[in-house]
Design a protein around this ligand. Structure first.
Ligand SMILES: NC(=O)c1ccc[n+]([C@@H]2O[C@H](COP(=O)([O-])OP(=O)(O)OC[C@H]3O[C@@H](n4cnc5c(N)ncnc54)[C@H](O)[C@@H]3O)[C@@H](O)[C@H]2O)c1
Length: 379
């Protein structure tokens, strides 16, 4: 297979779809990899590293899209990329089609096979290609939170770990999943006083086993959230209700009781946020105040650390990219129902039901299209 690696062109996107190590794995498996000139620059990978790994460097994005049987990317294609997509081409990337009618139509009209990172599942039913970015964002939440707690950055001037004779900062993490757990690890490591709130008691038991006495856990309710945040220096929003907007667990009214200069990092902003006063911000203008509380609500936090994020993402995507390249789409999804769940568009049909429902478009079962050949495989 010829695998194409274009440079990302979305504003402020510095990640890239394959590391040089990923290119080496593909070329070792007998595939040809064509890489757009300076595709990896934003993540610290020069053309020479890709060339040494066996890639052919090409000057224009058009050539990459023209040659690639499979295009490996990070972000969904944007309008300059639409005309480059070809019938039958395999596009392996984050797609997030539900809110994007135009891209969905483009993929359907151009009969592109769109395999979306965000809908691939693993044996446990979780989303393995979303996890790495949640790990990055969770760890970053404490890093940026501690920065904005500094007086010069607009916070209340509190050191996360305190010092002997002065109490540590209070960090309240709402949601104890991937983001919340990774935030807790960094906050505990910096010596903060950490409380995790979740509505899943089983998850709270697991967190209690992981962190022992280093954190407090609280069952989620409006009362307990209000009580916890009245003493918080840093609040991290990390809830997720799969397939739904985030519940607004901290109300504007509650913020009146949060100390002035406290910091909120609402990581759940990409699902609308779990704080009533959250609205999305960008890396170039990341913060604002409501009721004296500093809000940081950047919707693509991993974009600030593209090198780490590219490594983390491609560690997770490469096994699937290799499977698709080695076996071809049909054999690959026959052998892996979790990968099949990633196929959102195929031969001009919308094959992911939730996207079809959201957009009011016709859904076609991939199994029906392929004559039932994909239903027999076991995870
Ligand atoms: N801003 C960014 O750059 C960025 C990056 C990565 C992830 N995210 C977002 O962060 C959010 C969390 O992701 P995740 O991977 O940790 O999800 P996850 O599913 O691993 O964890 C979510 C947790 O929220 C808990 N929860 C659900 N409802 C709750 C409630 N009412 N009260 C308390 N807890 C509740 C769940 O029990 C679960 O433990 C998602 O919205 C995700 O899209 C944002």
């Amino acid at each position: 297979m010829i695998v194409g690696l274009p440079k990302e062109i979305k504003d402020n996107e510095y990640r890239v779809g394959l590391t040089p190590a990923g290119v080496r794995a593909l070329t070792d498996a007998g595939h040809k990899v064509v890489v757009e000139h300076s595709a990896g620059e934003g993540s610290g990978f020069g053309d020479d590293l890709y060339r040494t790994a066996g890639a052919t460097i090409m000057d224009s994005a058009d050539d990459i899209w023209q040659q690639g049987d499979m295009i490996v990317k990070v972000k969904e294609p944007i309008s300059p990329e639409y005309p480059r997509m070809r019938e039958g081409q395999l596009l392996f990337t984050y797609l997030h089609l539900a809110p994007d009618r135009e891209l969905t139509q483009q993929l359907l009209e151009r009969k592109v096979t769109g395999v979306a990172y965000e809908t691939i599942t693993d044996r446990a039913g979780t989303l393995p290609l979303l996890t790495p970015m949640s790990e990055v964002a969770g760890r970053m939440a404490i890093q940026v939170g501690s920065h904005y707690l500094e007086k010069m950055s607009g916070g209340r001037g509190v050191l996360l770990g305190g010092v002997p004779g002065v109490p540590a900062a209070r960090v309240v993490i709402i949601g104890g999943g991937v983001v919340g757990t990774n935030a807790a690890k960094i906050a505990v490591g910096m010596g903060a006083h950490v409380t995790i709130i979740d509505n899943n008691l089983g998850r709270l038991r697991e967190l209690d086993d992981i962190f022992l006495s280093k954190i407090s856990t609280l069952a989620s309710s409006a009362y307990m959230i209000h009580d916890a945040i009245t003493q918080a220096d840093l609040i991290v929003g990390a809830v997720l209700v799969p397939g739904a907007a985030a519940p607004r667990l901290v109300t504007r009214g509650m913020l009146k009781d949060v100390p002035d200069g406290a910091v909120i990092v609402d990581v759940a902003v990409d699902q609308g946020g779990c704080i009533e006063t959250t609205h999305p911000t960008t890396h170039s203008d990341p913060t604002y105040y409501v009721e004296g509380v500093l809000h940081y609500c950047v919707a693509n936090m991993p974009g600030a650390v593209p090198r780490t994020s590219t490594f983390a993402l491609t560690n997770a995507t490469l096994p699937y990219a290799l499977k698709l390249a080695n076996k071809g789409l049909i054999a690959a999804i026959q052998s892996d129902p979790g990968l099949k769940a990633g196929v959102n568009t195929y031969a001009g049909r919308l094959t992911y039901e939730a996207v079809a429902i959201d957009q009011g478009l016709e859904y076609t079962s991939l199994d029906e299209m392929l004559g039932g050949t994909t239903t027999t495989a076991k995870a």
